[in-house]
Design a protein around this ligand. Structure first.
Ligand code: ADP
Ligand code: MG
Length: 256
């Protein structure tokens, strides 16, 4: 079983320390949610996991499938089976959703078998249609240029279709974009719920309590000031919805 293991992670942006000793393990088959107030480093964690060059890891480790991934490029991490959804996906005019997905899928296949000739096109088309049906998507979507003029909701659909096609072992979704409306939240949650199972581990990062009304996490973590300060089951999300974060702050203040 694949694990994503984050140990005592310290990350700085432009000399400022943002993550201050964060530890977390996500296994295949588990759904974890990270919540927390704005500015606590949630997106920093997501960008660091995907290997964004501006985020400097100054301590700790990130291992995936027992491999130290800190030295790996973002595309190498992806081919290994880690899926990182972009909060602000870029448009690629001229490349259709289908072509993009097929080349991403083929490069993943080549990791497993360097001699792989790529998925035959009829097989790919059939698979793509099945996945689009599962996600209740119009088949025309596959022929559009990736993210080119996509609405927020369509970008989310493209992201979830990517998840459904690439079948990663661990997916990290940063849903903190304040521009996301309730429909987009629903698209993401329905997609995750449709794909969840023993083969997929999910880490959803959100400041929307209500996302967790749709996605049922097994574990909920609260992040504050660059660390995970509280972990629990789904009931923790409900408690936060009712009581906010102040009780956690008080608890931390008492402890010091
Ligand atoms: P969250 O996603 O929890 O709202 P972020 O990870 O986006 O938090 O931000 C954490 C902190 O890092 C904030 O104080 C923010 O101002 C700072 N920060 C984020 N990105 C940058 C950047 N590119 N340059 C400088 N500071 C940044
Ligand atoms: Mg954020």
């Amino acid at each position: 079983m694949s694990h994503l293991e984050i140990k005592n992670l310290h990350v700085s942006i432009e000399e400022k320390e943002i993550l201050k000793g964060l530890s977390l393990t996500v296994k295949q088959g588990e759904i974890h949610a990270i919540m927390g107030p704005n500015g606590t480093g949630k997106s920093t964690l997501a960008y660091t996991l995907m290997g964004h060059p501006n985020y400097k890891v100054t301590g700790g480790e990130i291992r995936f499938k027992d491999i130290d991934i800190l030295e790996l490029e973002p595309d190498e991490r992806s081919r290994l089976g880690l899926f990182l959804a972009f909060q602000y996906p870029v448009a690629i005019p001229g490349v259709t959703v289908a072509n993009f997905l097929r080349s991403a899928l083929n490069s993943r296949r080549r990791v497993e078998n360097p001699a792989d000739k790529g998925i035959p096109i009829p097989e790919f088309r059939k698979m793509l249609k099945e996945r689009m049906d599962m996600l209740k998507m119009d088949h025309n979507f596959a022929g559009r240029y990736l993210n080119d003029g996509f609405s927020g909701g369509e970008k989310k659909r493209a992201e979830i279709l990517q998840l459904a096609t690439l079948r990663p072992e661990i997916a990290i979704l940063d849903e903190t974009d304040s521009g996301l409306d309730i429909d987009a939240l629903r698209i993401v949650s329905e997609g995750v719920n449709a794909l969840a199972g023993p083969q997929l581990g999910v880490l959803v990062i959100t400041h929307y309590q209500r996302l967790l009304n749709y996605i049922k996490p097994h574990f909920v973590h609260v992040m504050m000031d660059g660390r995970i300060v509280e972990s629990g089951g789904p009931d923790l999300a409900l408690h936060l919805e009712e009581h906010g974060y102040d009780w956690i702050r008080e608890k931390i203040d008492e402890a010091v």
